[in-house]
Design a protein around this ligand. Structure first.
Ligand code: NAD
Length: 505
């Protein structure tokens, strides 16, 4: 049955194992909500330890033939998948919106940025080329090859239910691994639709698996000896736990965590452009992006005109169900999360900040569903919870700073280091900022500097645990390991016994 036709509320969201949907047997499930109506949409099965073990066994079985499949054939599946995802952008976007809540244009953007990763994986033969050194010693050649790891797993967050899995599985599969996706239990349906497309693209059954689940499934993946690597994207506390647990088991791990992205506005910035960027980056996707701007550092006299320009733009944002055309911001993911975000606005005055616009008073916040209007908090200071914590909602804080040095220190002292941006007309200041700042991704007059797929994505400090960033060239490195071969062809004339350590001359 096509995924979109599944009736709401009575629907169940299954696993995808061995090339087909498989109903869960654990007896445990979680409710998937439609955040725009506040109604239950489906129940998602939550895997047991035995179900994880079964899925890993199926994936391991499939790996043997898949790693032996010619690289060009593996690349061909990515070309086909590219066409299938491209042809079904709207359907994927609707599935995202139904369970996540973001607007359709925003969901279409998510699909487009995910698709880039499949396009990158189409070029995998080029990425997997090794090095060759002829005559490294007399008659001896040395070369390096990269081989897949085996069964690898990806554990993904709710906020990009299609794009983040694509960050992982495109490279993992193209490199010759079997990939197990453990999607967020809050918006799990799109993963099953992607599984159908991956199968249609010609990826053999068992190479791509979807295991629905919660901590039980995750913990089993982290300790299962046949799972060789873990890619994780989610909150920092869980990322740290994943990294520590799985590395103790000898696994390769990349665990991307939360963020608190600062946007620095210099006095020479174009105020209109900076305000457009801040409003888009703070309130797009209801602030539920790891690259959302959540703090503006306004240098000197720029603060007042900037705040006026932001308020003017905020007043025009249309908040409502993501499926309704014309709306620009949808609801938050759950009622609990909405209430948690609202609590930061409620506490801000007591902390000494000034709530300039209170999203709780927006008529949108009174609608059914998990809506919260946009908030702007001025006079935010380090030490306040609304400054220190990742709020992950439509709340923008403004810290007034005297100069560039004070702003830079705030960014570099903050525990997170995912993304940041500077707005200025001065090239030298922008270049100095790029040199100075302790963050993994930097925008110069670009508020959400998510790298294109042929670079890699990742933050610094508490925003990433592990050594390799995600997708792009570092993704290929992550999902393969190097083997170096030293070879000589038989030459009886030069053969002799030599107990010394081999030398190259
Ligand atoms: P989350 O950490 O709650 O969940 C992420 C995944 O981990 C889910 O699949 C969930 O089932 C699983 N999980 C949750 N708790 C767990 C536990 N105790 N043990 C084992 N597994 C557990 O994150 P979320 O709320 O789904 O997503 C939002 C967070 O993700 C934000 O902090 C955001 O910044 C972050 N994020 C980061 C990036 C990045 O690239 N750095 C990208 C997107 C989202």
């Amino acid at each position: 049955m096509p995924v979109l036709d599944t009736p709401a509320t009575t629907a169940t969201v299954s696993h995808w194992i061995g090339g087909k949907p498989v109903a869960g047997q654990s007896g445990r499930s979680a409710t998937v909500w439609n955040p725009a109506t506040g109604e239950a949409r489906a129940q998602v099965h939550l895997a047991s330890i035995e179900e994880v073990d079964h899925a890993v066994a199926v994936a391991k079985d499939a790996f043997t033939a898949w790693r032996a499949t010619p690289i060009s054939r593996r690349a061909e599946t990515m070309f086909k998948l590219r066409e299938l995802v491209d042809a079904n952008r709207r359907k994927i976007a609707e599935l995202i919106t139904l369970e996540h809540g973001k607007t359709i244009p925003d969901a279409m953007g998510e699909v487009a940025r995910g698709l880039e990763n499949i396009e990158f994986a189409c070029g995998i033969p080029q990425m997997l080329k090794g090095g060759f050194s002829e005559q490294a010693s007399r008659g001896v050649d040395v070369y390096q090859i990269r081989q897949p790891l085996g069964v690898v797993a990806g554990i993904t967050p709710f906020n990009f239910p299609a794009m983040v899995p694509m960050w992982m599985f495109a490279n993992a599969i193209a490199c010759g691994n079997s990939f197990i996706l453990k999607p967020s239990e809050r918006d799990p349906s799109v993963s099953l639709y992607l599984a159908e497309l991956i199968q249609k693209a010609g990826v053999p059954d068992g190479v791509f698996t979807v295991l629905q689940g919660d901590k039980v499934a995750v913990d089993r993946l982290l300790t299962h000896e046949d799972v060789k690597a873990i890619s994780f994207v989610g909150s920092t506390s869980v990322a740290k736990y994943i990294y520590e647990t799985a590395t103790q088991q000898g696994k390769r791990v990349q665990a991307l965590g939360g963020a608190k992205n600062h946007m620095l506005i210099m006095p020479d910035a174009d105020i209109g452009m900076a305000a457009d960027a801040a409003v888009s980056a703070a309130y797009g996707s209801a602030g539920e992006r790891c690259m959302a701007i959540s703090v503006v550092l306004a240098v000197g006299a720029v603060a007042d005109p900037f705040i006026d320009a932001v308020q003017e733009r905020m007043a025009k944002i249309k908040v409502g169900p993501g499926l309704e055309e014309g709306n620009e911001m949808g609801p938050l993911i759950t009622r609990e999360h909405r209430d948690r975000v609202a609590s930061y606005v409620a506490n801000a005055s007591a902390e000494g900040a000034t709530v300039t616009v209170d999203g709780r008073e927006d008529p949108a916040s009174k609608k059914d569903g998990f809506f919260l209007g946009t908030s702007l908090i001025d006079n935010v200071q380090p030490g306040m919870k609304c400054y220190e914590d990742e709020i992950f909602g439509p709340v923008l804080g403004v810290v007034r700073v005297k100069n560039y040095g004070e702003a830079l220190k705030l960014i570099n002292d903050h525990p997170y280091g995912n993304g940041t941006a500077i707005f200025t007309r001065d090239g030298a200041t922008a270049r100095q900022f790029q040199f100075d700042v302790d963050c993994g991704m930097v925008g110069v007059n670009v508020p959400i500097p998510v790298p294109v797929a042929y670079y890699s994505f990742g933050g610094w400090k508490s925003s990433l645990f592990g050594d390799l960033h995600m997708y792009g060239p570092e993704g290929v490195q992550f999902y393969t390991r190097a083997k170096v071969v030293t070879s000589r062809w038989p030459d009886p004339d030069s053969s002799h016994v030599d107990l010394g350590f081999p030398q190259v001359r």
